[in-house]
Ligand binder design. Structure first.
Ligand code: G3I
Ligand code: 9MR
Ligand code: ZN
Length: 545
């Protein structure tokens, strides 16, 4: 393996909760090591690493140094006998507070249609963008308001399904870990009452309303220019014509799911808004009932932006039905859940293409009393089995995460965080805290405890991603990238020219380039940020480890 970009001792570059397990991962020979106070240089712990594990995914021999015994809050680093060191990190009661805020604030930076002013955006502000009406493909002469929402990613497209996944993660995080969202993080709309996370999600929900066809209730799959603009084009300079791509069943199912969820979550804060969300969800559901056999979405010939193709819509329908049932208690939706559950699709996946896991969570959260005993049990047992599989893979993995070699795909960091979410769901439905330990190991990986010793979150950690494939970060003339963005992470498929040229033959977990040209490994998206917010919120909002 290439030693030049690999530091021999990797840690979560943000830090570790004081009461929890603390492990650093080493490569190279067996190490005696010490934990030192970063301020005073005083050694507070010394230990020896465990036997090496030959890790296929990363191509490294990895051994673990367990310094859980260090519990005093402070700032530390690790030094091995041979003089190599680790990044500095903190040990504290709630070490991920700032991280969670940053991950959430990223959604503000993704906003479309409004000026990002210096007051809220610091040096990363820009003028309002994408205010023109969009042309509806297939309906010549029809132009509709398309403004608002969040840009998807490093590009400026806005895609209904991926947007719904992002909102779903944030609303679920708020439902499960409300205490983690009690600090306001200063948005223009902050009113000192409504949690900022709800204000931020409203930006996307308000845009999603515009993606629904008023008469039919169907939802346009996406809203983009015909092609991607150049990499240094700022949002306000991206003035090509905007197009609504046709309605799809996947987008309509996702829309119904997230709107039904919003109807429930916003109710205590804004009853009128909640009712509007529910109405929109019900009308999307009516479309789904009238369109039971729909082809999967493919890009219209004139459109070359992200396709988000999806041939299977049982999962999105399942989510919609489960969420509508949880919110309304109406029997028709319960019937639909039970019928859809008989279809074959992944029941524990959390998107963007496979959304069945959200349906499963909604059904389980409806509660035993209100649900079918057999289906409830099947889903609950299945969830715990899947979580056990993730734990088993993590136990065999050098960097202690649940990705097998073949799981290092485009956006592998989403899988890392989705799997952590699933582990936290298992914690919730079993009460077993060891699932949370495994989930936390996944957060450690994201923040630097990985073979490349890189924090995959811009602006966070001692060696963060610096050159994401993110048009504003490339085009704004500010040296530092927009902060708080989660990079896609290693993709062994080498799906862009830059990585094909530079990373041929690397082990899966090293197939990553912190270069702005590598869109297949180093782009950023809203739905890679959202599960990371969820995971960080768990470790900010709950006590227990
Ligand atoms: O699921 C298969 C898996 O079975 C197989 O083993 C593996 C081998 O490569 O591939 C997996 O499919 C991958 C799929 O993502 C998984 O979600 C495809 O190879 C891969 O090409 C595909 O990448 C998607 C990419 O667009 C290209 O279509 C990403 O998921 C998706 O996040 C990304 O989305 C783009 C938008 O189009 C445009 N905006 C930016 C955004 C992020 O890059
Ligand atoms: O910049 C585009 C990025 O946002 C997309 O996720 C990615 C995959 O669809 O495509 C990027 O655009 C590239 C295009 O696909 C091929 N030519 C180079 C473009 C990047 O500058
Ligand atoms: Zn915009």
């Amino acid at each position: 393996m290439s030693e030049h970009n690999v530091r021999a001792i990797t840690v979560n570059q943000i830090g570790y909760p004081a009461g929890g397990r603390k492990i650093a991962l080493f490569t190279g020979g067996v190490h005696k090591y010490r934990v030192l106070d970063a301020g005073t240089g005083v050694s507070v712990f010394s230990g020896e690493t465990s036997a090496a594990l030959a890790d296929k995914s990363s191509g490294a021999n990895v051994h673990a140094g367990d310094f859980s015994a260090v519990t005093a809050p402070g700032r530390y680093f690790i030094e091995a006998e041979n003089g190599t060191g680790s990044a500095e990190f903190v040990i504290g009661e709630r070490p991920y507070g700032e991280l969670q805020k940053g991950l959430l604030k990223a959604f503000y930076f993704y906003r479309c249609g409004a000026e990002l002013s210096g007051e809220y955006a610091g040096p990363w502000g820009h003028a309002a963008c994408h205010l023109a009406e969009g042309t509806v493909i297939g309906q010549p002469g029809v132009k509709l308001d398309s403004s608002g929402g969040w840009h998807d990613a490093g590009d400026y497209g806005k895609y209904s399904g991926p947007g719904a996944k992002a909102v779903a993660d944030l609303l679920l995080a708020f439902e499960w870990y409300p205490a983690a969202f009690s600090d306001a993080f200063t948005l223009p709309e902050s009113d000192g009452k409504t949690p900022d996370v709800l204000l931020e999600c409203k930006v996307e929900l308000d845009w999603l309303f515009k993606m629904q066809e008023t008469v039919s209730g169907g939802v346009y799959h996406k809203l983009t220019t015909a092609g991607f603009p150049g990499l240094d084009v700022m949002p306000e300079d991206d003035t090509g014509e905007l197009f609504f791509s046709p309605v799809s069943a996947a987008a309509t199912g996702d829309f119904a799911g997230v709107m039904a969820m919003a109807a429930r979550v916003y109710k205590p804060w804004d009853g009128e808004y909640a009712a509007r969300c529910l109405g929109a969800a019900e009308s999307a559901w009516r479309w789904l009932e009238l369109h039971t056999e729909e082809p999967g979405f493919t890009n219209p010939p004139e459109i070359t932006t992200g396709e988000y193709g999806d041939n299977v819509d049982h999962d999105e329908r399942f989510w919609a039905a489960a969420e509508l049932y949880r919110t309304t208690g109406e029997e028709v939706y319960h019937q639909a859940v039970q019928t859809l559950a008989r279809q074959l699709f992944p029941k524990f996946a959390l998107g963007w293409a496979d959304m069945g896991g959200y349906g499963t969570l909604a059904y389980l959260l409806t509660g035993k009393e209100q649900t079918d005993e057999g289906l409830y049990r099947t889903l609950q047992e299945g969830l715990l089995e899947e979580a056990d599989r993730l734990v088993a893979v993590s136990e065999q993995d050098g960097y202690r995460i649940s990705l097998r070699e073949e799981d290092y795909i485009w956006g592998s960091n989403m899988l890392v965080m989705n799997n952590a979410m699933l582990l936290l769901a298992a914690e919730r439905f079993s009460g077993n805290l060891s699932y949370a330990d495994c989930a936390l190991d996944h957060l450690h990986y994201l923040l630097g405890r990985n073979v490349l010793d890189i924090s995959y979150v811009t602006g966070y950690g001692d060696r963060p991603v610096r050159h994401p494939h993110h048009r504003p970060s490339v085009g704004d003339g500010v040296e530092e990238p927009v902060p708080g963005l989660v990079s896609g992470g290693p993709d062994r498929g080498l799906h862009d020219e830059y990585v094909r040229e530079h990373l041929e033959g690397r082990p899966a977990a090293q197939c990553f380039a912190d270069h702005e040209l590598s869109y297949s490994t180093n782009e950023v998206t809203i739905y890679w940020n959202s599960p990371a917010v969820f995971v960080a919120a768990r470790f900010n909002g709950e006590t227990g480890r």
